[in-house]
Design a protein around this ligand. Structure first.
Ligand code: HEC
Ligand code: HEC
Length: 222
């Protein structure tokens, strides 16, 4: 458990509440996103085939936590760092931008069509889908690994939960890069894990490839 979680528990126990933060405001979020869009796209769709990750529809708790981690240099990334310095992104703005991005609607899965949808309506729905191409690998083997080791945190459909990120609909090359960082201990996956004991540490290249291949099938809403 993190220090601030202890503090909050302590405060809750004393009947005190957290200091009130300004309610997240989507319009302010959209303004802030003007800066982020240069790399992550106008709708947070990401870019350059995953050099810039997709942020749209990501879990709000996860987005906030990562911005704080970039700011504190707990997560090291040179392109991101200047945009999270206090001068650029004060804490109050983190609420606004994270809420804006979490609510930015790109679909990860193929849309559901109604019988009444004509060709144009279907086309418009398709344009909101960020389609991650299938990647090579043994999907069935990847599914078995994912279901035994990842599903409890990242969800059956790779949808994520609170500060655990959605993996479905994220660029494969980006996920692969992060897995490499976790395996090398250059990014921390689970703060309770001892260094070098990451849940991903024991996986071979082929097993990672298979899990990533499985994750790309979740885009199709299977
Ligand atoms: C100069 C390009 C650039 C700009 C501008 C930029 N980012 Fe990023 N961002 C990146 C890169 C590159 C990464 C991937 C870091 C990595 O590989 O670890 C990233 C990663 C992230 C992540 C982590 C995503 C994940 O799935 O873990 C978040 C959140 C994020 N950026 C939010 C923002 C926000 C909010 C802004 C605007 C205030 C912003 N970024 C501006 C380049 C940029
Ligand atoms: C105990 C819960 C837990 C388990 C089990 C788990 N993860 Fe995670 N995962 C997380 C958390 C929490 C993060 C965010 C880490 C951070 O704060 O930087 C994360 C982040 C990631 C990321 C980075 C995503 C991004 O947008 O940057 C990838 C990739 C990932 N996990 C893959 C996996 C895979 C594959 C497995 C199964 C082998 C797995 N995880 C098992 C909790 C878990």
């Amino acid at each position: 458990m993190k220090f601030n979680q202890w503090v909050l528990l302590g405060l809750a126990g004393l009947g005190l509440s957290q200091p009130a933060l300004a309610a997240p405001d989507l319009e302010t979020g959209q303004q802030i996103n003007g800066v982020c869009a240069a790399c992550h796209g106008d709708n947070g769709q990401g870019g350059k085939k995953g050099e810039y990750p997709r942020l749209a529809g990501q879990k709000v708790g996860y987005l906030k936590e990562q911005l704080v981690k970039f700011k504190n240099r707990q997560r090291i990334n040179l392109p991101m760092f200047p945009y999270t310095e206090d001068r650029e992104l004060p804490d109050a703005d983190i609420e606004h931008i994270a809420t804006f991005l979490a609510n930015s609607q790109l679909e990860t899965r193929l849309p559901e069509f109604k019988d009444s949808d004509d060709a144009l309506a279907r086309l418009l729905k398709m344009e909101k889908v960020l389609n991650i191409p299938r990647s090579e690998g043994d999907v069935a083997a990847g599914k078995t690994l994912y279901e035994s080791k990842c599903v409890r945190c990242h969800g059956a459909k790779g949808e994520g939960k609170s500060f655990m990120p959605m993996l479905a609909g994220q660029y494969t090359s980006y996920l692969q890069r992060q897995i490499g960082l976790f395996q090398k201990g250059e990014r921390q996956h689970d703060e309770d894990a001892a260094p070098g004991k990451d849940v991903l540490a024991p996986f071979s290249k082929d097993e990672i490839r298979d899990m990533l291949a499985f994750l790309t099938t979740l885009d199709d809403g299977e």
